[in-house]
Design a protein around this ligand. Sequence first.
Ligand code: FES
Length: 565
Amino acid sequence: MVRRMTTPHGIARGLTNYGDPDFALYLRRSFARSMGYSLEMLKKPVVGIADTASGFNNCHRLVPELVEAVKRGVLAAGGLPLEFPTVSLGEVFLSPTSLMYRNLMSIDTEEMIRAQPMDAVVLIGGCDKTVPAQLMGAVSANVPAVQLVTGPMMTGPWRGERLGACTDCRRFWARHRAGELSKEEIDEVEGSLATTAGTCAVMGTASTMACLAEALGMMLPGTAAIPAVHADRLRAAEASGALAMRLALRPQEIVTEKSVENALRVLLAIGGSTNAVLHLAAIAGRAGIDLSLQRLNALSDETPVLVDLKPTGQHYMEDLFAAGGLGAVLRELKPLLHLDAMTVTGETLGERLERQGYVDHRVVRPLGEPIEKEGGLVALFGSLAPRGAILKRSAADKRLFEREGRAVVFTSLEDLSARIDSPDLDVTPDDFLVLQNAGPMSPSGMPEAGYLPIPAKLARAGVKDMVRLSDARMSGTAYGTVVLHIAPDAASGGPLGLVRNGDRIRLSVRERRLDLLVSPEELARRKSELRPRPKRGYARLYWDEVLQADQGCDFDFLRLRPTRG
Ligand code: FES
C-alpha cells in the first residue's frame, strides 16, 4: 500500500472530534458495520473513489460502471473501496457557465478527500471542467491520487458523413445559419452528433485535459484516449483501483515545474483547447507554480503540432486511440520533454517512454514532419491586453494574422445576440468584432462565447472567418481567428471595456501584439464605474475571489504560497 501510509490508516484516519479518540473510532466502526462490512474489511486501507455520476452530466453516463471496475481493482489489491459523491459539471447543463463552478467542484473535491478517512483516492472525471477541478482539489489535498477519465464518445454517421461532438455541431450550425441546411436537416444532425456515452469526440477541452492529466503523470499511461464504451476503459478503471493501493507519490511530488512544462508541450503538440491554458495555470497554482504566458510563447515557438485531430485537423479521438494514444505523441515529443518528471506509477516519464508502442503517423506525425512547425497556441500582449490574451493560431485563418481593423463593439452577451444578425449592423469582413463583459468578473462568469458568430448577412455572403476579440473563452471544439481571455477583463476595468465602435485595433501574431490605437488621455476619459457585486452565496465568493485569466481564474485563497522553486 501507500509508502507514506502512517498509522492510523483506513477508517481510523482523521477521527471525528468528540474529545475521546477511542470513542470516536468505536462509533465510526459501529456505523460502518451498519453498512454490512466485516471487521476484517474495516481494517484494510481505504481507497476513496470520487463519483461524479449525475443525471445532469451525459458525459459521465458510464461512471457507475467505472466505479464498479475501480472497486474490483481495489478489492483485488487488498483494500476497501469507498465511493463518495462530489459536484459534477455537465458542460451544457450549467448556467451561466461551467467555469464558474469549477472552483466550487475543486473545493468540494479537496475538502471531501481531506475530511474523510482515505489513504488514497481515484478521481473519476471527464467533462470539460471536472478533470481540472479534480486535479486542483487533489493537488491541494495532497493525498495520493490517480486520475481516471470517462473517455471520449464514438463518432456516428449522418447521410454518409462522419459526425462527432462538437466541432461538427458548430460546423453544421454555421451552415444552417448561412441557409445551407434546412430546419429538418439540422434537426436530424442534432440527433446524430452525440450518440454514445463519453466526452466530446474531438480534441476539445475534455480530451485536452485527459491528455494533460496523462502528460502531468497523474493518470495511468495509455489511458487518456480510450473510448468511453471500449472494454479497455473498464480495464483502465480496474488498473487505476489497483494502482491506488500502491501509490508511492503525492500529487505535489508529481505536479512540478517540469511536469507542468511537459503538459504545456503536449498541449501545443496536440493543438489542444485554449481552455487548457486556464486550467493548467490553476492546477499549477495549487502546487505553487506560476504558469507564465511568456514561457508559453517560448515553448510554442519550438513545439510543433503533431496530432491531426479536429478541430484543427481531420481525425477524432477514437482515431488517436487506434493510432497509439497519447503515448505515441509523448514518444515523438521525447527530445523536448523533461524525462525525469515523476509519474503516478512511481516511474519517471523517461522510463515509461522506454517501452515501445505503436504509432500511426497519419494521425500522430513524426517530430521531423509536423503538421505545423510551431505550437497551436500563442499569447498576445499589448495596450488592449496588458496581462495577456490567447489565440489558437492552429485553428485560425493565417491571412488575418497581421492587420489593423475597425472595432464593431458588443457591450454584453445580450447585446451580441440582439444585434449580431441585424440587417442594419454596420459591419464589413475586414472589421474586428469585439465582445465586452464576458470575462471572469462579468455576470456571465466567462462563458464559451468568444467564438462570436459571423454576422448573418456576412455569413450568407460566404464569409467564413473574421478577427474576433473578447475576454470570454471558446470551446475547445471551435475554430476561427478568435482572440480570447483578454486580461484584465472588461468588467474589472480592463482596456477591453473602453473600446468603442469605430476604434482602430492592431493585431500582429508575428509580434505577439494586440493594441488599441486610442490615446491614453481618451481612454482615461472613458473609464467607467465597476458593476456592483452579487450580495450572497457562492456567486459572492466567486466575484470576491476570482483571479484573472492569466492566473487560471482560480480563487486567490486557494493557490499555494509561497511560490515553490
Ligand atoms: Fe462534456 Fe463536451 S459536453 S465533454
